[in-house]
Design a protein. Structure first.
Length: 94
């Protein structure tokens, strides 16, 4: 599936630097690295993915992100790797 470039009015993206991508069910999770969050998109069978919500915010506490660059899905959880935070988080409440 090809994803269109983010549209600022729909995804609130301020920069175009995106990192990893993971699918969990019908949702796609995209690392919005420079905005310190994940963007959640809904995979549409006949058309571009639709923006749903964002996860996370800038910070160093559990659930907060510091330049996320990699994401993977495993057993209903997201594993997120951070560049600046130099850590890996396992997110269970999505």
């Amino acid at each position: 599936m090809c994803l269109p470039p983010p549209r600022p009015e729909r995804s609130c993206a301020h920069e175009d630097w995106v990192g990893g991508l993971a699918a969990l069910g019908e949702e796609l999770f995209v690392c919005d690295t420079n905005n310190h969050r994940l963007q959640v998109l809904c995979a549409e069978p006949a058309g571009p993915a639709r923006f749903v919500r964002t996860l996370g915010r800038r910070g160093n506490s559990p659930g907060e992100l510091n330049k996320p660059t990699a994401v993977a899905a495993c057993r209903g959880r997201l594993i997120v790797g951070e560049f600046t935070g130099k850590r890996i988080q396992v997110l269970t409440r999505l």
